[in-house]
Design a binder for this molecule. Sequence first.
Ligand code: MSP
Length: 502
Amino acid sequence: MSFYVTTPIYYVNAQPHLGHAYTTIACDVLARHMRQRGEDVFFLTGTDEHGEPVADAAHALGIEPKELADRNAERFKALMPRLDVSNDFFIRTSDPEHEARVQQVLQRVHDNGHVYKGLYEGWYCPRCADFKVENEILEGNLCPIHEIELVREKEENWFFRLSTFQGPLEQLYAERPDFVMPRRHFNEASAFIAQGLQDVSLSRARLKWGVTVPWDPSHVFYVWFDALLNYYTALGYARPGEDLTDRYWPATYHVIGKDILKFHTVFWPAMLMAADIQVPDHVFVHGFLLGSDGRKMSKSLGNVLDPFEVIDELGTDALRFYLMRDVAFGSDGGVGMDAVRARYEAELANEYGNLASRTLAMILRYRDGNVPATATDSELTAEFDGLPEHVASLLDRAEPTQALEAIWQRVRRCNRYVEERAPWVLARDGGSAPQLDQTLASLAAGVRSLSVLLHPYMPASTARLLDALGEPEFAYSHASFPASVNEGRVSPLEPLFPKRGQ
Ligand code: MSP
């Protein structure tokens, strides 16, 4: 089966920050997990480069928008390896191939009779690059997202007849209760549609930095339509000489933050319908990471968590683990450096890291590095029963936090098992050799199963550990806890998550 997952594409006029890292890592966990299951995966990320904010920023620097976009897109590209993200392609909306495909699709929307020319007048937020409807506007005429003053704009635009998609969208929502996940965001999108949809502006006349409207070259497309189409256009040229559209479209998951819900759950499916293209399977909406004080992160409040500081101090896997663990994916939650350090010590160093080191150390010490070939302990087998299937079903529903919790309960169970069986006591008594063999074999099996399941979250550390266990196999089938263990050899391993200050 094919699995196509996308991140939002990132505005090039900002520095890469935690919010970008968060969505991208979540998508990477899903993509890596699906690859483990042998699915045909395509994982897309990239940059959103057109529109007024980029043109304005370039102007202020005295350079062309393309030059600014080239410079800043590099920073987002460079972010991916630092996060250990396994995207299959990186799209830039200034790619000529993307631009040509945007024109083709929107020409079809035009030819299908879904656009007309009209006068637009409304309250506009330059940061969102979006007009606001009356009931969204905050007191003082402020943008509900950026809390900056809106400007009155009037211009002749091409309009998209969103209103004619009221019925088809209502039908989509009635037939597909999992089109938008989690449920509260499905309800939010349905409520927005139920209010009654107004037509939306599709082009800009004043702006030059965008994709030219093919039937009216004095206009460029409104940046949001150009941007949304990246999910579709990328498949046409990501592999030179090959069109992947039939293979991967419709997308399985668009993962987005809740601030861009309306575009993805209302405008986007309507636009696809207007172009006779299938709508995606699911839009998954995650919450916002807040400062440790529960307030919006802001430099002036000093409550910003910098992903690069975490990576430099504790490593990429620690950042990935923390972001998927500390805030339930889909909800809002506070994050901070103290909390990262606390989880690192308590869970990565003292639980998973310690389980790994003691398992390897005991096999090396008591059995000279040979994993005993014997039956595993039925008590531990029962604890792992159904775990891989449970994790898979949670990740099918884009629930990485719950899946991680299910795995972590078994990390803790294995550590308790070490205490209960006290291999150091068994080792003192020659008569207990069979029990010691069983204990060590069961621990090796448990650590292997856990590491395979944790691999999408912490690719580098789990790879090191599986390697030291002599089992560098990452396929999902290796996640099941076996009834017996084959002979094998382990090798020594430096601590996966060294205690800080050591
Ligand atoms: N360019 C648009 C998306 C176009 S997709 C066709 C955009 N870009 S963005 O760079 O501003 O934001 C990208 C994503 O980062 C959004 O999903 C947004 O919700 C997410 N985040 C930005 N700050 C965030 C937090 N503090 N917490 C979690 N995610 C947040 O929007």
